[in-house]
Design a protein around this ligand. Sequence first.
Ligand code: C5P
Length: 238
Amino acid sequence: MDNPLIIALDFANGSETAKFLKPFEGQKLFVKIGMELFYQEGPSIVHQIKESGHQIFLDLKLHDIPNTVKSAMKGLARLQCDLVNVHASGGKDMMQAALEGLDAGTSAGSERPRCIAVTQLTSTSQEQMNNEQLIPVSLNESVLHYAGLTQEAGLDGVVCSAWEAGMIREKLGQSFLTVCPGIRMQDDQTQDQKRVATPEFARETGVSAIVVGRSITRADDPLKSYQKWIEVWKGVNE
Ligand code: C5P
């Protein structure tokens, strides 16, 4: 992955998505299709977006018993997305089953989608993790533990906040992907996100990819906003 900025297409349906993508015609984007859009439109939205030449992160965060995740991933592999994911808290067996499913569903000669695992959601605070999940360690320790487990299972990387990416890269190597949502410009609202970081910080800490949703999708001029984000993310003006 060439350090993409991944736009989270968090829209209610295909027509809203098409309206958003219209001004980007001719450009090759890296987009994320999440639960909201996929549950509404199903695989056809993936086919449509692939036809426009965009790369796709299918963000369905699978978390179930290993056998179910394996079968589901076998089906998802046939959609030929670039990136898919699971929750690391589903365990090592579940993550290995996800990979087996992806391998089984990838046709000969094609590349299997990369698979990453969510460590702790970027909307989770240390307090919530301690009190609600009853995980009695620091957030960093939990994220690092899940990242290690993910690597042991053979996955390609993790979803984490930019605050944890540096320590993950240091501990688990530079080629282990760190895909980071919860990215906001300095003056943006954080909304429901808790562990937010700026694109400059994300770049400096060496994250593999940033995921940006509402700051672009809800902007008055999404194309202009995207261009501004790309400049900051790539450090164009420095
Ligand atoms: O609008 P915003 O930039 O907060 O969007 C972030 C996107 O990244 C959302 O689509 C959300 O589902 C996703 N995400 C996240 N935290 C994770 C994993 C995915 O915010 N740990």
